[in-house]
Design a protein around this ligand. Structure first.
Ligand SMILES: Cc1cc2nc3c(=O)[nH]c(=O)nc-3n(C[C@H](O)[C@H](O)[C@H](O)COP(=O)(O)OP(=O)(O)OC[C@H]3O[C@@H](n4cnc5c(N)ncnc54)[C@H](O)[C@@H]3O)c2cc1C
Length: 442
């Protein structure tokens, strides 16, 4: 006999697990169907060779009022302060190299960071009036034109904004909508998880009926209820919460019958899955500056590998993290791990000399080729505003079908807190009443 569920949740990432946990606590019969052989989705910790590497999310970008920080505390997850994850120019000590590969003096760094702040302040007045089809690059150019800076000074700030767009959203500023960084604020210290971010998913999944290795291909829905088709049978339910990444929806790997209405289809068209990969390198010994959180390379030589973060802050081992973010991720997608590592090393050797050794081990991620993600997270195309994300979460079919996930949370998309809060909203929409988000960890 077919099992009957009140709610089927598709996807055991942070959004799906949060929705399922709150619904279970409210007494609903819930099952989570997950295509992978693990929970966590884009929160995924690699523990190979005795090292802990987060292949997906690493940071809480600001712990003030963060539900993820509250959950992590309640679950006893150790956290380490690492306030450089928002691509700030000088939140914590960084070593800067100029375009010629020379160390940038402290007063030049201060001037550079002040210029960035000046431009950011100007952008606040410009972005709300941006044309519908304006890119982030367009508003940066308008803000730069209003400064009385020489070409070199303007170029450094232009370059900063392009690299920030790449590191934050995995797309250069000429591909990102003018509002694409509106949400990009850091409230309080940033932290990372030395024991791995996946402990959050493991805790949220405790006591939940999660069926791994269930690939959902179709969700049939109407006001009378839903049927969720998987490669292991069909699951009927009163409600369905679909949390798969928008890349999976764009690819049509999970189809809706009937198709999503134009409100939701429009919002989906305004989002794109990005190209953003991590490269973590472990060395026998440290060759870079002590006491800094990271290293940045200005100028054309830093076009791909411009920033390295010192993972020695998390674990007592010499290791650096860099990103193939946007164009670099697209260009190196077909490269082998060895080729990608060699390319990063060539840049490090330019800065630190030929004595930079080969790494003892390396982790290179491949989110672009992951069939259950198809990229790392979603960014906003020109013409999109933050609220478009939330349009995706409007319940359908008299409250039968709900979409959730990072891309449906306009205030803080592309993040773990966004995923968690979207799951909380979906649970409330299924229930028809409010529940505190703290029920997730209380
Ligand atoms: C490299 C990288 C770095 C990041 N860095 C940060 C960071 O530092 N800080 C931060 O806050 N966020 C970061 N993020 C973003 C963050 O990881 C995500 O926003 C968040 O984890 C998304 O959660 P979710 O539940 O919405 O989606 P997911 O975690 O993707 O969960 C969706 C689930 O659906 C499953 N699924 C997909 N297709 C199917 C199917 N057909 N049938 C059944 N199941 C399916 C997937 O396997 C997955 O488990 C990063 C992400 C990446 C990839």
């Amino acid at each position: 006999m077919q099992e009957q569920f009140d709610t089927v949740v598709v996807g055991a990432g942070i959004s799906g697990l949060s929705a399922a946990r709150l619904l279970s606590r409210a007494g609903r019969r819930v099952v989570v169907l997950e295509a992978r052989d693990r929970v966590g989705g884009r929160v995924f910790t690699d523990r190979s060779e005795g090292h802990v590497t987060d292949r997906g999310a690493s940071w809480i970008h600001g712990i003030d009022d963060s539900p993820v920080a509250a959950a992590a505390r309640a679950f006893g997850m150790p956290m380490v302060e690492f306030t450089v994850g928002g691509y700030q120019p000088d939140s914590r000590p960084l070593t800067y190299f100029d375009a010629e590969g020379r160390r940038l003096p402290r007063d030049a760094v201060r001037q550079y960071a002040d210029d960035i702040r000046t431009l950011n302040a100007a952008l606040v007045g410009i972005i709300p009036d941006a044309a519908d089809d304006a890119t982030y690059g367009d508003v940066v150019e308008r803000a730069l034109a209003a400064q009385e800076w020489d070409a070199e000074r303007a170029e450094r700030v232009r370059e900063y904004n392009d690299r920030r767009a790449q590191e934050q959203y995995g797309i250069g500023m000429d591909g990102l909508g003018a509002h694409g960084l509106d949400d990009d604020t850091v409230n309080g210290d940033e932290v990372v998880f030395p024991r791995g971010y996946d402990e959050l998913a493991t805790h949220l999944a405790e006591g939940i009926d999660v069926r791994l290795d269930h690939v959902v291909s179709r969700v049939q829905w109407s006001p009378e209820g839903a049927e969720v088709e998987t490669d292991r049978g069909t699951f009927p339910a009163r409600h369905v919460v679909v949390t798969v990444p928008v890349g999976v929806l764009h690819a049509g790997d999970l189809a809706f019958a009937p198709a999503l209405p134009e409100t939701h289809a429009r919002a989906l068209r305004l989002l794109r899955m990005n190209a953003f990969e991590k490269v973590a390198l472990r060395f026998a010994e440290r060759f870079w500056d002590a006491g800094v959180y990271g290293i940045r390379q200005l100028g054309d030589e830093g076009e791909w590998w411009h920033s390295w973060y010192d993972l020695g802050r998390l674990h007592d081992e010499p290791a650096l993290l860099t990103f193939a973010a946007g164009p670099a991720a697209v260009a190196t997608r077909e490269w082998s791990d060895d080729e990608i590592v060699a390319s990063t090393l060539a840049q490090l050797r330019r800065l630190y000399g030929g004595a930079v050794p080969e790494p003892e081990s390396a982790v290179v991620t491949r989110w672009q080729d992951d069939p259950f993600s198809r990229g790392s997270y979603a960014y906003m195309l020109p013409g999109s505003v933050g609220a478009d994300h939330d349009d995706l979460a409007e319940p359908l079919g008299d409250g039968v079908l709900h979409l959730a996930g990072e891309a449906t949370w306009g205030d803080d998309p592309a993040t773990v807190p966004g995923a968690m809060l979207s799951g909380h909203r979906a649970a409330q929409n299924v229930l028809g009443w409010e529940v505190p988000v703290s029920d997730l960890w209380a």
